[in-house]
Write a protein that binds this ligand. Structure first.
Ligand code: N2P
Length: 357
């Protein structure tokens, strides 16, 4: 239908068609984290709009960035990066404003105040939030029934001399943050000095005999369930949803937020710079902002919604730990600061040293 305009439509006698039928034949390419979407939401969106959704998956912000940079910005219509990654995407010219110049996106009013003018997108031009959650340590409760909630479970060879463990793959800033927290520099450390110390900590850790490697969060939970590793790093909701689905397999896995500090993240929806179907993308983002849809998304994924109107509709399990962190855990949680320019160069340089030495 694109390109015909209203006159063309009139000429073809199409104005009497229903909206879904008009959109029929349109496609939406959604590039999302794995295990992060309720298939029923997609089915309803397709039925309501006639837009067919094709989903592809990634497992880290680094992977998303690399794919967009390699031409994916003209392939995908909607992406779901973490907020703190947005300045890097904006600066690299990989995303476009959500609404055309001078317009704003309907439905934005539903967003909680604290997510309306975030540091990563101060005017809310590029993003609307999707879900938020936390990153912490997952471990085998049969081996450690009552562990100290500390990064030492991974970083201190005296606390864990011989059980196989993994660190999280694909997030330099997060990993340095965990090492900084362990070393007393604070999870939200930024700059050459603290990152050098963190890099040394990562190098030392990599050389331990029981270090298995860097593993994606989703794979970490599977490897724990199979006994390949006994401790690692994952996201709260990923574990909670798997445990609810299959307690026999995942029931022995514990989760904690290390008291030295860890990450609270918010993932956002954005539109790549050369998205092939920007109109379909906007329709999708507006659809996801509907409170009932946002609540359904949260309930399916066991993550917390940034949509104020949806909060009343979420299941009880989403109102308590580990999905909704308690006051004590919240004090240890930080949004990762957005890193750009010189800082980003140091981060990348020190990270490649940490991986190669
Ligand atoms: C998907 C969870 C991704 C959240 N399973 C990471 N920000």
């Amino acid at each position: 239908m694109q390109g015909y305009g209203w006159k063309g439509l009139l000429g073809m006698g199409l104005l009497g068609m229903t909206l879904p039928a008009m959109a029929a034949g349109q496609q939406l390419n959604l590039f999302n984290w794995s295990d992060y979407m309720d298939p029923a939401i997609i089915a309803d969106f397709e039925q309501e709009t006639g837009i067919e959704v094709v989903q592809n998956y990634y497992n880290s912000n680094a992977e998303l960035f690399a794919k967009l940079n390699a031409g994916g910005d003209s392939q995908y219509d909607v992406i779901v990066p973490s907020g703190y990654f947005m300045p890097r995407l904006i600066q690299a010219g990989l995303v476009q404003p959500l609404a055309p110049e001078g317009q704003s996106l309907a439905g934005r009013e539903a967003i909680l105040e604290e997510f309306r003018k975030p540091a990563y997108d101060p005017e809310g031009r590029y993003t609307v939030p999707y879900l938020w959650g936390t990153t912490g340590i997952v471990y085998n409760t049969e081996i450690w029934p009552d562990p100290e909630p500390s990064w030492s479970l991974l970083y201190d060879p005296e606390v864990n001399p011989d059980q196989p463990f993994a660190l999280l793959k694909g997030d330099a800033q997060f990993t340095f943050g965990t090492a900084c927290a362990y070393l007393g520099e604070g999870f939200d450390c930024v700059g050459q000095e603290p990152w050098k110390k963190a890099a040394r900590q990562v190098i030392e850790t990599r050389h331990r005999d029981n270090f298995v490697g860097f593993v994606d969060a989703t794979a970490t939970i599977e490897q724990l369930a199979r006994g390949v590793i006994q401790a690692g790093i994952a996201y709260n909701g990923d574990l909670a949803s798997k445990q609810a689905e299959n307690p026999d397999v995942y029931g022995k896995i514990g989760f904690f937020i290390p008291r030295e500090g860890s990450q609270r993240w918010v993932d956002v929806m954005a539109i790549p710079a050369r998205a092939p179907h920007p109109e379909a993308a906007r329709a999708f983002v507006r659809y996801m902002l509907k409170p009932a849809v946002a609540a359904r998304l949260a309930n399916y994924n066991y993550y917390t919604t940034p949509n104020a109107a949806a909060l009343e509709q979420v299941d009880d399990v989403l109102r308590r730990p580990p999905v909704m962190p308690d006051t004590e855990a919240r004090q240890a949680l930080h949004f990762a600061p957005s890193v750009q320019g010189k800082q980003l160069q140091w981060l990348q340089q020190l990270w490649s040293e940490a991986l190669s030495r």
